[in-house]
Design a binder for this molecule. Structure first.
Ligand code: SAM
Length: 318
């Protein structure tokens, strides 16, 4: 505790902490807003990381820094600073400058988002199913109660994260595409979802320890996986024993050109295949709401870990 207070007792570090609670920022961003040199800001960031107030993650060449919300004391301090920072001229001015910088970046991201949306729509006519899929996931999240940590694997441009953010204390999105991550970050900043973050990552190796999340989603992502069984096993590894995994993906169809046109690696999935892969990952199907979508349909499946299912006496609906 002493180390934390002494870290925040230095003015620049308090300013950095305040900025990193507002948004994920790079070292260059922080230097720009604070008007200080890289070695200096870098040294302060190291101290804030050592005491557990700031965490960092890499996106391509860039390293992003954000306030850590998992530690109870850090969370209390964040709330305290949030309540009082407005009255401090310097801190208020920092946030204003940071916002101006992010607004400029958002205008770049807007055109990127338009490009991505156009490409996605061209590559995937089933985007029209998003609304029903989001509604289903929304009601699942409501049933689940407060979600402590949610992981959206293959989060794309962050639409699902934005839609479900209200249900969780913290959310992380990972995606292999740097462009989509950039769009998702802007989308979440704009929505004011400070508890949501996104990072570059691979569905086969998400850089988080085992059992880090109590809710995991794979929404239209397995269809792009060479090895869906491995992706499901990775999702299971990341899930707490009491956690819930939701998978929404295409059911088998006869449209032979989808691979070439839309980059799908599979002609949809047989329900039995999804269940076999899930079972190999120690996952038990607890709910299947059926198929959604017109023409080409999608499976909606909810899994628990086998351990949880046997404790709760869940019925395997397979
Ligand atoms: C059809 S989009 C779905 C995006 C999002 N889940 C949604 O429904 O809006 C598929 C996403 O999977 C991502 N993806 C593909 N391969 C991946 C991998 N190996 N690891 C992580 N994400 C991947 C793509 O970049 C893309 O954003």
């Amino acid at each position: 505790m002493h180390a934390i207070f002494s870290a925040l007792g230095e003015e620049t570090r308090l300013r950095i902490f305040c900025l990193c609670k507002e948004a994920e920022l790079t070292l260059t961003d922080l230097c720009q807003v604070l008007g200080q040199s890289q070695p200096r800001v870098s040294r302060h960031l190291r101290i804030l990381r050592q005491v557990g107030l700031i965490e960092r993650h890499a996106v391509g060449q860039n390293m992003f820094f954000r306030a850590l919300r998992r530690e109870p004391l850090a969370l209390d301090l964040l709330k305290l600073v949030e309540r009082h920072a407005d009255r401090q001229g310097t801190l208020k001015e920092d946030v204003r400058r940071m916002q101006a910088m992010l607004d400029i970046r958002a205008s770049y991201s807007d055109s990127l988002e338009r490009d991505i949306t156009r490409a996605d729509e061209a590559a995937d006519f089933l985007y029209s199913t998003d609304e029903s899929a989001f509604a289903l996931l929304n009601s699942l999240a409501e049933q689940t109660g407060t979600i402590e940590r949610w992981l959206d694997i293959g989060c794309g441009s962050g639409a699902l994260l934005e839609a479900l953010a209200v249900h969780c204390v913290e959310a992380v999105g990972v995606d292999i595409s740097k462009e989509r991550i950039a769009v998702a970050r802007t989308r979440l900043n704009r929505a004011g979802h400070k508890h949501c973050s996104v990072q570059l990552g691979d569905m086969y190796g998400v850089p988080s320890p085992d059992q880090s999340f109590d809710f995991v989603t794979l929404h239209r992502v397995l269809i792009h996986a060479d090895e869906p069984a491995r992706a499901l096993a990775e999702a299971a590894r990341l899930l707490t024993d009491q956690g819930t995994l939701a998978v929404i993906d295409y059911a088998s169809h006869a449209q032979q050109d989808f691979g070439e046109r839309f980059g799908h690696k599979w002609p949809g999935f047989e329900r039995a295949d999804l269940l076999t892969w899930a079972e190999a990952a120690d996952l038990i199907l607890v709910e299947q709401t059926g198929l959604i979508g017109d023409g080409v349909t999608s499976h909606v499946m909810v899994f628990h870990k086998a351990a949880k299912a046997s404790q709760a006496g869940d019925q395997n609906v397979a």
